[in-house]
Design a protein around this ligand. Structure first.
Ligand SMILES: C[S@@+](CC[C@H](N)C(=O)[O-])C[C@H]1O[C@@H](n2cnc3c(N)ncnc32)[C@H](O)[C@@H]1O
Length: 190
C-alpha cells in the first residue's frame, strides 16, 4: 500500500497533470460483456478520471487514497475507500470491473483478479488498461516510477491475460502496444 500516500497528497493536482483517458478501447472492452452493464466498479479509480467519461453505467470508484476519492465525489461519483484487492462487495453484485493506469500500483495483483471474478455477475466483464514494460516507452516509464519511489510492478498484456484466463475468464487483448487493454468475460451460467 506504499503507493497510496503520494496520490492522497497530490490529489488536487492529479487531473491537471494527467492526460484525458482514451475511452474508445475501454468502451469496446465493456461491449464484450454478455449482460447489460448497469453497475460497474472502477478499481483504484482515483479521481474518477476514467469512470466519469464512461457514461450510461452507474460507477462506484474504489480507491485507497482518501484525497483522490474526494475529487471523484466532486464529480458526482459514488466512492468506497478500500484496497482494490479486498473488495467490500457481495459476490456476483456488479456487471463490470475496470482498472485504468493503476494495476501496476497494486501489491497483490493475483488477489485483485480473484476479487474481480468474485464480485462480477456471470457474463460480466473485467477490463484492465495498463502499460507494457516490454516496450521502449514502458521501460522508460518503469524506470521513472521507480526513480520517484513507486513500487510499481508492470505486467505485459500476455502474462496478465494468462493470469486472467487462469482465474476463469475468457480473455482478449482488444488493444496492444505500450498502452494496452486486457479484457476478461466471466462465463455465463448455462
Ligand atoms: C495512477 S492513479 C490512477 C487513477 C485512475 N484509475 C486514473 O486512471 O486516473 C493510481 C491510483 O491507484 C490507487 N491505488 C494504488 N494502490 C491501490 C490499492 N492497493 N487499492 C486501492 N487503490 C490503490 C492510488 O491511490 C491512485 O489513485
Amino acid at each position: 500500500m506504499s503507493d497510496i500516500r503520494p496520490f492522497h497528497r497530490f490529489a488536487r493536482w492529479y487531473d491537471l497533470a494527467m492526460p484525458t483517458v482514451d475511452e474508445t478501447p475501454l468502451r469496446e472492452a465493456l461491449g464484450l460483456a454478455e449482460r447489460p452493464v448497469r453497475h460497474g466498479v472502477d478499481l483504484a479509480g482515483g479521481t474518477g478520471r476514467a469512470a466519469s467519461g464512461l457514461q450510461h453505467v452507474e460507477w462506484t470508484v474504489v480507491d485507497a487514497a482518501r484525497g483522490m476519492l474526494t475529487r471523484a465525489r466532486q464529480r458526482g461519483l459514488d466512492t468506497v475507500q478500500a484496497d482494490a484487492a479486498r473488495l467490500p462487495f457481495r459476490a456476483e453484485s456488479v456487471d463490470a470491473v475496470v482498472i485504468v493506469d493503476a494495476l501496476h500500483h497494486v501489491a497483490d495483483q493475483d488477489e485483485l483478479v480473484r476479487e474481480a471474478s468474485r464480485v462480477l455477475r456471470p457474463g460480466g466483464v473485467f477490463v484492465v488498461a495498463d502499460f507494457d514494460p516490454d516496450t521502449v516507452r514502458g521501460r522508460v516509464l518503469t524506470a521513472a516510477e521507480h526513480l520517484i519511489g513507486f513500487e510499481s510492478t508492470f505486467r505485459t498484456p500476455t502474462s496478465l491475460a494468462a493470469d486472467v484466463r487462469r482465474a476463469g475468464f475468457s480473455t482478449l487483448i482488444p488493444e496492444g502496444g505500450f498502452a494496452y487493454v486486457v479484457a476478461g468475460v466471466k462465463p455465463s451460467e448455462r
